[in-house]
Write a protein that binds this ligand. Sequence first.
Ligand code: MN
Length: 487
Amino acid sequence: MPLTLSQLLAQIRQNDPKADTTLVELAYEYAAEAHQGQTRRSGEPYLQHSLRTALTLAAIRAETDVVIAGLLHDVPEDTSRSLEDLEKQFGKKIATLVEGVTKLSKVKYRGIERHTESLKKMFIAMAADIRVILIRFADRLHNLETLDALPEDKRLRIARETLEIYVPIASLLGIWYFKNQMEDLCFKHLYPEEYKKLEFKYEIEQKVGNKQFIQETEGILIPELKEAGIKFEIQGRFKSLYSVFQKMQNKERKFSEIYDVFALRIIVESIADCYKTIGVIHALWKPKPNRFKDYVAVPKPNGYQALHTTVFGPHGKVTEFQVATRKMYEESLYGIAAHWYYKNKKSRELGIGKQPKWVRDILELMRQAKDSEEFMSVAKIDVFRNRIFVFTPKGDVIDLPEGSTPIDFAYAVHTDIGHHCVGVMINDRINKLDTALKSGDTVEIITDKNKKPSRDWMKIAKTSRAREKIKQALKEGGGFMKFIKWK
Ligand code: MN
């Protein structure tokens, strides 16, 4: 069934009954006109992709501007309408979001594993705004859903890129909604046989047995919770197949060992009810020692909150319960997007562990976002404010301070490349050696083995590494003297 504008409007009104949807409707018409006649590889009209992206954003309760940017996200890149025109129609805020999404498409995984860490940083640095990341995630999710239409090499590249770059960032930002779905879609394409096997096992062997067990457990629990005056909702399975696959690989455990533990999630209305519910569960079934985890009092570093306990349930079956309020549950699903939705939050210290500094900076930022009503200003991720990330022709990522030039780049790659540098291609175009590089540029240094560093380079080089090497070479090779003579 094709998606429609009214589905999107309904979702937006569900989030906010008073929402003004005029601009959404205009954006829809604008996108429809711009993408007129274009189809996706799957054969469906291109506009379906725009609608799906916007609908996903509305479903995670992103603000209306973000939803509109989702509708328009492919316009500047894939149609004759320019970003300037888009800005004239929809204003600076929306245009900036769309521009950010377009820029992010430059961050490509080219199969070099040692660079995934830099690529993740590059992705975040170029997004510079969590909302841009959300739009890119929603866009990627639909691309993954329609991956079957693509040739195999492209399919695998996108799946691998998602698994190496997007999934870890979704996990870092605590957006399980994207993480789980992206993971399983990638799993399906990268490991088709393992996926099929696991899906079959999960569907057939477990789901049926599970259902019965869950019903039985619910049958015991529901009257007790009602008696305690707790309003609640119970959910069954919620692990991604890929996470099961990973566990089986890492610990060489069998499917049955992982899925032998039944897990139920209970969603209640207040924090007090979370603890009351745990009390009810522990009164019914004997808790397994040391398995009660209070992530309400001490949330996980990414902000995750819930109470976990494992008990010997009906028939002595080991059963895990996760108890959370609706707000906590939605925050765990939608991450930062839900933080905005529930904006009036009290400050809470996070137990931030031993992550790299950039990860801690982002988590701190998210904590602030959670506490702030002025979320517009903290949506900016400026932990990489003073860094740029550029590609070598082979796809290696080089991390440099802002204002760096091709000379800095050349020395960062290799001293010899620095010393013999005669020219530069930036994004396949000849450029001057003093050009300031920008994040996302692909830089290729042209060398000549007879070339030696010149004194002028000291004015061009910004990094201390390059300056040191140039100084040294000028001293040793007499390049300095030669330069004087030439002049
Ligand atoms: Mn797209």
